[in-house]
Design a binder for this molecule. Structure first.
Ligand code: FAD
Ligand code: UDP
Length: 400
């Protein structure tokens, strides 16, 4: 076990399992209105309430806390993620230390298989993938590197998600693993996506088949929602769930606002809509203990309409007679799940960002508030940095 994980494990018994969230109490006045009870909004609510003694109203238009990381027991009693699989991974000691105040952890290293023809092979592409796919006997990193070099098509200036992969592994492997999956996931060709998107899944020369290489990889021991409940269990935090920011009553406002919803929506789409990719989740409970060998199986085949299937019991370690799975069908319309990283969208976001900077009393944070393809740890880091900036600015004002 690595250092970060073992230190977090040492604290595993500290946080309570799940207290009831403080839902009602004094009605205003509030120092802060926070829109969105996902990670960005919840971290800031916790910090402002517990760290600075501020009174916070936290609203979300969904009927629950946790944003996209929300999990719950389904009708069969299996712990599932309502908005698709969420695996926590980070290299940041500070972020683990902060979250460990609210949750204990279950060590979990994510592994993904891709269905190619009749085979299930490890993804990201590694030595085992290549040996299985081509019936090879590559024995070490050097063998694998030489094999991939013979297939790679070097590209001088790597700009797009297509360039990244073709440059590493060549056209055939690109088509097998990336082209179909990415077209389904994003609704556009990888040649139109920023290089950062497929660079999230780099090819390896060794046989390490873990999806992430971060020093800390774990799941909240009692689930994400229990972690959020612990975070928000503070007398200074009042929750308004199932309430859209735009429908708040007159007494439910505050001199300062933190907004973690889509930034273009906040400004009434003044410069046009920022494109987001959505998903339809098809949840099923099966009358069997196991469905697939790992938590996530990817389907790069373009003729299969979904991108991946998740089986949650692998993530949570839950023992249950039945098992629950989720298919992800990407779509254009619906809840905004993914900002789409490409230059014209970044340019449009810049216009909204400039407008945001002119707002004296509103701060934009989070994946939707800052239109960034962020993982959970990055959102926590961004929220903590925002809090630090806010407190430094307040202290400076008070000293002046
Ligand atoms: P959100 O969680 O989206 O929260 C924003 C909240 O604001 C929402 O609850 C929304 O209802 C609310 N809201 C918006 N507008 C309004 C309004 N007008 N009024 C009231 N409320 C409003 N990250 C990982 O690290 N690991 C993973 O394995 C992983 N898997 C993912 C899988 C999927 C399918 C998706 C979509 C994301 C995944 N992520 C993963 C990313 C992770 O979900 C995000 O980084 C994180 O949850 C973002 O937190 P947030 O608070 O910025 O946004
Ligand atoms: N990707 C792919 N095939 C795969 C896995 C990933 O083409 O089997 C591409 C795809 O464009 C995807 C991106 O790499 O959107 C990033 O993958 P990741 O697993 O990080 O996506 P997320 O979990 O954020 O949906």
């Amino acid at each position: 076990m690595n250092d970060l994980l073992s230190q977090a494990m040492d604290r595993r018994d500290n946080p309570p399992a799940a207290p009831a969230v403080h839902r009602s109490g004094r009605k205003g006045p509030y120092d802060y209105l926070i829109v969105g009870a996902g990670l960005a909004g919840s971290v800031l609510a916790e910090r402002l309430a517990a760290g600075s003694g501020k009174r916070v109203l936290l609203c979300d238009r969904r009927p629950h806390i946790g944003g996209n990381a929300y999990d719950h027991q389904d009708a069969a009693g299996v712990l599932v993620h309502k908005y698709g699989p969420h695996i926590f991974h980070t290299n940041s000691h500070d972020i683990v230390t902060y979250l460990s105040r609210f949750t204990a952890w279950r060590p979990y290293e994510h592994r993904v298989l891709a269905q190619v023809g009749q085979q299930l092979v490890p993804m990201p592409i590694n030595r085992t993938t290549l040996n299985a796919l081509y019936g090879l006997d590559l024995r070490n990193d050097a063998d694998t590197e030489a094999f991939l070099r013979s297939r790679a098509e070097p590209i001088e200036t790597i700009r797009t998600s297509r360039d990244v992969v073709i440059n590493q592994v060549g056209t055939e492997l690109y088509r097998t693993f990336f082209e179909g999956y990415s077209r389904k996931q994003w609704g556009i060709d990888p040649s139109e996506l920023d290089k950062a998107v497929t660079a999230r899944v780099p090819t390896r020369f060794n046989d390490d088949d873990r999806y992430f290489l971060d020093s800390f990889q774990a799941m909240p021991l009692h689930g994400y929602t229990a972690m959020f409940e612990n975070m928000l269990d503070h007398d200074n935090i009042e929750l308004a769930l199932g309430v859209d920011y735009q429908d708040l009553a007159a007494d439910q406002t505050a001199p300062k606002i933190i907004y973690t919803g889509p930034i273009d929506e906040y400004f009434g789409h003044r410069f046009g809509k920022l494109p987001y990719r959505s998903l339809r989740f098809q949840h099923e409970t099966l009358n069997q203990r196991r469905f697939q060998p790992v938590a996530v199986v990817n389907y790069p085949d373009p003729s299969v309409p979904y991108t991946r299937i998740t089986e949650y019991k692998h993530l949570t370690g839950q023992v249950h007679q039945k098992t629950s799975i989720t298919y992800e069908f990407p779509q254009a319309d619906g809840d905004p799940y993914y900002p789409i990283p490409r230059p014209e969208n970044a340019a449009l976001y810049k216009q909204y960002e400039a407008l945001a900077k002119e707002q004296g009393n509103v701060t934009f944070v989070g994946r939707l508030g800052t239109y960034r393809y962020y993982n959970m740890d990055q959102v926590v880091g961004q929220a903590l940095a925002t809090y630090r900036r806010m407190t430094t600015a307040t202290e400076a004002r008070e000293q002046a």
